[in-house]
Design a protein. Structure first.
Length: 194
């Protein structure tokens, strides 16, 4: 109950970002909906740092597009049972920073709403997704460095194997949260409560 209240809804009217949660629908590597909820949530500390990043992006004429944020601990098990690959997913018994509400998967979109070219789609299981992948064209490197630069400035840590993944430093300081936490946060948001 206490933990659930740590989750902050992400999006309008507080934050001008585009939200396209891959695991809320079937458009993800498993081909099926993984989440029981449709809401986008982050731990309050992470939500603040995301707002900072959105503001930095906005100064350059870009917006953030969010593919994933809080991922209930149960959902991490569903993903792991589909693809048990520790390079790609945090083993659920260890806990993903996403399940602590302190990780976000995202890209940048331009003024027309088009995603910047990052060289691979979000969630691509390929070495090309690594930040330092050889053979990336300069424009792709620039785009990745732009996202890295503004996320770093806003206080986020990066993961070198996934250009789209950012998380707070020392994520284990934050508790693992469940489906129930998302449900409670959704009800609180729906009721207009803080
Ligand atoms: Zn991620």
């Amino acid at each position: 109950m206490v933990n659930a209240m740590l989750l902050t809804p992400i999006g309008s009217p507080d934050l001008d970002v585009v939200i396209d949660l891959a695991y809320a629908g079937a458009n993800n590597f498993t081909g099926q909906a993984i989440y029981l909820h449709q809401g986008c949530f982050l731990h309050a500390v992470a939500a603040e740092k995301l707002a900072h990043a959105a503001s930095l992006a906005g100064q350059l004429g870009y917006r953030l597009k969010i593919f994933d944020a809080f991922r209930p601990a149960e959902a991490q098990w569903r993903l792991w049972l589909h693809t048990p690959d520790a390079d790609f997913l945090a083993p659920p018994w260890r806990g993903s920073p996403h399940s602590r509400g302190v990780a976000v998967d995202l890209t940048l979109i331009d003024g027309a709403g088009n995603e910047l070219d990052m060289g691979t789609p979000f969630d691509a299981l390929t070495p090309l997704a690594h930040h330092d992948a050889p053979g990336l064209v300069p424009q792709v490197q620039r785009n990745r460095h732009l996202l890295l630069g503004l996320m770093s400035t806003a206080g986020w840590d990066f993961y070198f194997k996934e250009w789209w993944h950012y998380q707070l430093f020392e994520p284990r300081r934050y508790p693992l949260l469940s489906d129930r936490a998302a449900g409670t946060a959704m009800m609180a948001a729906g009721a207009g409560l803080d």
